[in-house]
Design a protein around this ligand. Sequence first.
Ligand code: SF4
Ligand code: SF4
Length: 436
Amino acid sequence: MRTAFRSDQLADPHIKEAEKALRTCVHCGFCTATCPTYLVLGDERDGPRGRIVLMQHMLESDAPPAPETVKHLDRCLSCLGCRTACPSGVDYSALIEKSRAHIEQTYRRPLGERLIRDFLLFVLTRPKLFAVLSWAASLAAPILSHLPGPIGIMSRKAAGAAKKRRPLRVPRSQRGKEAGMLALAGPRILLFPGCVQRVLAPQTDAAAARVLARQGLHVEALPQTGCCGALAYHMGKTEAGKTCARAMIIAFEEASAKGGVAANLITASGCSAFLKDYVRVFADEPEWKSRAERFVAKVKDFTELAKNAPSAAMPGPSAKAVADAPTIAYHPPCSLQHGQRLHGRGEALLGQAGFRLAPIPDAHLCCGSAGSYSLLQPAIADELRARKLAAIRSTGASVIASANIGCLTHLSGDLPTVHIAELLDWAGGGPKPDIL
Ligand code: SF4
Ligand code: SF4
């Protein structure tokens, strides 16, 4: 596809990258059928090919976009299913990220939209505040959950999460042995607790640490670190996203001074996908770009690090007990299968551990969670959730497993949901998740 950017525009590395993506697109439309929003709305402008045209016009003109353009780009989930499907290798991610930043810098949203976006960002990226508000929202859920818009959705989600939020129960016979499971030496894994997950599902990181400890890895949490920056960056608020990213990189550098760091880990795949994007994020800042390169070289998703390893201190359940556990539908998050191009890892880990799995039809399609999307675009998100749950129910599975807190929270309320780390932990000798 021909482009018409000025040379001064191309001096911006983010525009340069976007232009490369535009030139690679041949408008074949192979991506259209894999786009969740096109499947729901049936409008070419709500599919990747149409959005690519809208983004080209907007970025080339360098002018504030029309409200119609913003509407169709806001409806994009950034799931990157189109990037996986594209035979030409169009990097859709570069395009949509630059476009979101351009919208944020040049377009004045209606006051209500601005307030909602700023409120979500302010609350979700502050774990202490989010913990207090989600506790209050779960108490007030009988009233608040009937409200329309993000407040109602958040209180429904908070109420659902409050029911699930609990420390994993360690069987009486195994208490005291659990501490001995944690490796105190060995290659160091820096664990970034993130923002939302540490409040909604603190048991996930504990389970992941036990799984990795059985492999002889020494997991070291960095609780002083906060949000990875994905929420802000994906809203187009690049500076706010970069501020979070810099704090993560600095924490890694300080922890690395002692040596022996084998990996940087966040157990939410939406966050690990963004950590791997830090080099692109800092493409226009050479010093931070090279610091980001050192950081990104060690970023791993939990499913890349985990292996099924039994514990000598806490022998796991029998193979029969694992095989007799409820059948599991593993939902691969888009941030894993499309964002990080890690296909089939979660399914392989659960299968090797002995769980019965039921493959989900159209597993490549997004569930509608997509970071803050389910709060900002509730109608489309709810439709995608309903379709995903129908697909899961058709398998006969009675538990949903995944690797991302966003998907697990969005899909909760129907079948029980659980992070893959909790299942692998149990199979390796850790506490049994309540939902089993
Ligand atoms: S499949 Fe790739 S080349 Fe074809 S329209 Fe979609 S993005 Fe463009
Ligand atoms: S990122 Fe997802 S929602 Fe957006 S155009 Fe691509 S497939 Fe569609």
